[in-house]
Design a protein around this ligand. Structure first.
Ligand SMILES: CC(C)(COP(=O)(O)OP(=O)(O)OC[C@H]1O[C@@H](n2cnc3c(N)ncnc32)[C@H](O)[C@@H]1OP(=O)(O)O)[C@@H](O)C(=O)NCCC(=O)NCCS
Length: 163
């Protein structure tokens, strides 16, 4: 990462982060979530775990996660455009994948726009594999979603089938 002299940190998202998160959000998505949607996730959704990434304590990105039993679902990930291409998206996703494992998940899924090749490249790099299409999943432009999955304990699962 080319941020050697900066302090990069990850921590749970708080309600007081929402102004910074909205700045990331409106600069990242054609159909950004409103502030209330993040508020509901933080305050009302017992399955939700939201992480922020900071540079010198400034919030510059986030990733949302739901964990239901042993399945983790990435709801969204975004890095502010001013800070992209420096490894922060990858580091954030890696941190969230480790968090999911610690919380008991053994597989993870997400949906991504079929046109979003940058995000798909990130997910493939992290081991996600395309597994299907949700037709017209995105209501703003009727775009299809690519469904991707990664299994965390694949080696263990494979070796146990040989036992
Ligand atoms: C997707 C996103 C989070 C990546 O964050 P980032 O910090 O720029 O990504 P990183 O620098 O960590 O790059 C990690 C990997 O992502 C992919 N990637 C990042 N930028 C890319 C680009 N411009 N072109 C192609 N692939 C790219 C590559 O696989 C890269 O690995 P590499 O450097 O070994 O090639 C960021 O582009 C973003 O916020 N996009 C808008 C929101 C969005 O689309 N979120 C996904 C919703 S499903």
């Amino acid at each position: 990462m080319s941020y050697q002299n900066e302090k990069i940190a990850f921590r749970p998202m708080e309600v007081s982060d929402l102004s910074s998160i909205l700045d990331v959000e409106v600069n990242s998505f054609s159909a950004p979530w409103p502030k209330q949607a993040f508020y509901n996730e933080l305050v009302r959704n017992q399955f939700a775990h939201y992480t922020v990434v900071t540079i010198n304590d400034k919030v510059i990105g986030y990733c949302g996660l739901w964990i239901i039993l042993d399945e983790a679902h990435i709801t969204n990930i975004a890095i502010h455009p001013n800070y992209r291409g420096k490894g922060l998206g990858e580091a954030t996703l890696m941190y969230v994948m480790e968090t999911a494992k610690m919380l008991g998940a053994n597989k993870m899924t997400l949906e991504v726009r079929v046109s979003n090749h940058i995000a798909q490249s990130l997910y493939k790099k992290m081991g996600f594999v395309p597994s299907g299409i949700r037709p017209k999943y995105y209501s703003d432009n009727q775009e299809d979603a690519l469904i991707m999955w990664v299994t965390f304990n694949e080696k263990k699962a494979k070796s146990s089938t040989r036992d």
